[in-house]
Design a protein around this ligand. Structure first.
Ligand code: PRP
Ligand code: URA
Length: 212
């Protein structure tokens, strides 16, 4: 892998173990979905590590004290439909007060270009930290278009969280959106002639929803 890529690879053993189970062609829809939810939860824990805190005054049953809570507006989680939905519950389990926006993108199978078909976002995107989730970053076209859409609506703080990326997709995000931190569990070897990640895990949406 080229070391000019700007990407945080979350190498936590639990995530890597679960990802290996997901990759296997013998893993069925139920397990695939559960594993993706578990990994999304663990990744959310890692990527929120540097979120800012503020002090508030509270009273425990024993004494008054100052204690820390997350600062700023509520986080927005933005799954890219369809496959991003598979990561949503895991992230929201970790950040229960998060607002959720949906961006619908599908990849034209011939041109591999993203086609937008839906967008519904929480208010005040300009004041929220947005976490865009999609398990697969292949050419990077879908994620790049989704991030551009969010920026056009005023978003200023965006993080992209994917499960598996191809080097081509990482490069595309680095070039199109150098301000967007990118977190993945793995950067795989390459894309094949059909735009699938190798070795990857196949079509994530089909495996999550059982539409193979
Ligand atoms: C998949 C995946 C990404 C996209 C990645 O979606 O979930 O959104 O492909 O490919 P790219 O990086 O080359 O754009 P797909 O188009 O298969 O739609 P789906 O989630 O509805 O199945
Ligand atoms: N979308 C997927 O679901 N899988 C890939 O390997 C590439 C794009």
């Amino acid at each position: 892998m080229s070391n000019d890529l700007k990407v945080h690879i979350i190498a936590h053993p639990l995530i890597q173990h679960k990802l290996t189970l997901m990759r296997s062609k013998d893993t069925g829809t139920k397990d695939f979905r559960e594993l993706l939810e578990e990994i999304a939860m663990l990744m959310a824990y890692e990527i929120t590590r540097d979120f800012p805190l503020k002090e508030v005054d509270i009273e425990t049953p024993v004494a008054k004290c100052k204690a820390k809570v997350l600062a700023g507006k509520k986080v927005g989680v933005i799954p890219i439909l369809r496959a991003g939905l598979g990561m949503l519950s895991g992230v929201v389990n970790m950040i229960p007060a998060a607002r959720v926006g949906h961006v619908g993108m599908y990849r034209d199978p011939k041109t591999l270009e993203p086609v937008e078909y839906y967008c519904k976002l929480p208010g005040d995107v300009a004041e929220r930290t947005l976490i865009v989730v999609d398990p697969m970053l292949a050419t990077g076209g879908s994620a790049s278009a989704a991030i551009k859409l969010l920026k056009d609506k005023g978003a200023k703080s965006i993080t992209l969280m994917c499960l598996v990326a191809a080097p081509e997709g990482v490069r595309r995000i680095n070039e199109d959106h150098p301000d967007v931190p990118l977190y993945v569990a793995s950067v795989d070897e390459k894309l094949n002639e059909k735009g699938y990640i190798v070795p990857g895990l196949g079509d994530a949406g089909d495996r999550i929803f059982g539409t193979l």
